[in-house]
Design a protein around this ligand. Structure first.
Ligand code: B1M
Length: 232
C-alpha cells in the first residue's frame, strides 16, 4: 500500500552514514527507542567510535528536540519518549564509553540538584568519567544539600559534581556550596558544576572550582583538578 510508506519501510542498514544519522535523529525525535538502538549498533559496526555516535547522532538529535520543546512544538510526554529513546542508544554505548584501563583516576559523587529531574547529561558525564577511570557514585535526580552531604560523608570522594538544567534550579548549587563553606568542608572537595543554562561566570559566582561545558570537558577538568589536588 502506497499510503503505508513510513519509517517501518526504511531499512536502516541500507542507508549511508549521513542519512542514517539523520534518520536516527528523526527516530529519536519520534521516541522510537528500538530504531535508535539499531542505528547505534549499525554505526558502531561500521567502525564509528562510541563518542562520535553519541555526539553526532544522539546528542545532535536531542538538540533538535530541545529547540522544538522550547518553541512549543513538542510537549513533555513527547520529550520524555525522546529521552527514553536516547537512553536506549546510551545503554548500547555505555560499555564502550566506560572501558577503563583499571587504574582509578579518582572518585566522584554526582547528582542533579533539588527540584530538577533532568538526568541525561549527568548520566553522560558519569559514563565518560567512568571511561576515563574514575569511580562515580551517582545519586540520581532531585538531590538536596542533606543528600549530597550524606554521600560525601559516606563515600569521601575527590570530587562533588552537580548538574542543573533549569534556570530555577541552578541557584541551588550555591546553597550546597555555601553550606560546605559554613561547615568548614569546602576545601576538602573539588566542586564541578555543569548543565545547559550554566556558564563559567556562574560557576565562579557560586564558588565552584570549575564549570564543565560538556561531558568530555568534565573529564579533562576532573583529571586536571585531581592532579593539582594530589600535588598540593
Ligand atoms: Co526539560 N527543559 N523541562 N525536560 N528539557 C529544558 C532544560 C529546557 C531548556 C527546554 C526548553 O525550553 N528549550 C527548559 C528549561 C528552560 C529554563 O530553565 N530556562 C526545560 C523545561 C522548562 C522543563 C520543564 C519545566 C517543562 C515543564 O514541565 N513545563 C520540566 C521541568 C522538570 C523538572 O526538572 N522539575 C522539564 C521536563 C523535562 C522532561 C522530564 C520531559 C525531560 C527530562 C528527561 C530526563 O532527563 N530524564 C526534559 C528534557 C529531555 C529537556 C531537554 C529537551 C533536553 C535535555 C537533555 O537531556 N539534553 C532540554 C532542552 C535542552 O537542553 N536542549 C530541556 C541532552 C544532554 C546530553 O545535554 O543535559 O545539557 P545536557 O548535558 C550536557 C552538558 O550540559 C554537561 O554535560 C552534558 C553532556 O555533554 N553537563 C554536565 C550536564 N550536567 C553536568 C554536570 C557536570 C558536568 C557537566 O558535573 C560535573
Amino acid at each position: 500500500m502506497a499510503d503505508d510508506y513510513d519509517d517501518e519501510d526504511i531499512i536502516l542498514d541500507d542507508l549511508p552514514d549521513d542519512e542514517l544519522v539523520e534518520q536516527m535523529q528523526d527516530d529519536l525525535y519520534d521516541g522510537l527507542k528500538e530504531e535508535v538502538i539499531e542505528g547505534t549498533e549499525i554505526l558502531l559496526k561500521r567502525g564509528w567510535a562510541a563518542d562520535r555516535v553519541l555526539t553526532e547522532a544522539l546528542v545532535g538529535g536531542m538538540t533538535i528536540v530541545g529547540i522544538d520543546f522550547r518553541d512549543g512544538i513538542l510537549f513533555v510526554p513527547e520529550v520524555l519518549s525522546s529521552a527514553n529513546a536516547m537512553k536506549g542508544g546510551m545503554a548500547v554505548l555505555k560499555p564502550l564509553l566506560s572501558q577503563s584501563d583499571g587504574a582509578r583516576a579518582g572518585k566522584m559523587v554526582i547528582g542533579t540538584v533539588k527540584g530538577d529531574i533532568h538526568d541525561i547529561g549527568k548520566n553522560l558525564v558519569k559514563m565518560m568519567m567512568e571511561g576515563a577511570g574514575f569511580e562515580v557514585i551517582d545519586l540520581g535526580i532531585n538531590q538536596s544539600v542533606e543528600d549530597f552531604f550524606a554521600a560525601l560523608e559516606e563515600h569521601k570522594p575527590d570530587i562533588l559534581g552537580m548538574s542543573a538544567l533549569l534556570t530555577t534550579t541552578m541557584p541551588y548549587m550555591k546553597v550546597v556550596i555555601d553550606e560546605m563553606v559554613s561547615q568548614g568542608m569546602r576545601e576538602d572537595y573539588i566542586v564541578l558544576v555543569g548543565g545547559a543554562p550554566l556558564n563559567e561566570e556562574f560557576g565562579a559566582a557560586v564558588g565552584a572550582d570549575a564549570y564543565c561545558r560538556d561531558a568530555a570537558s568534565a573529564v579533562d577538568i576532573a583529571k586536571e583538578q585531581v592532579a593539582l589536588k594530589r600535588a598540593s
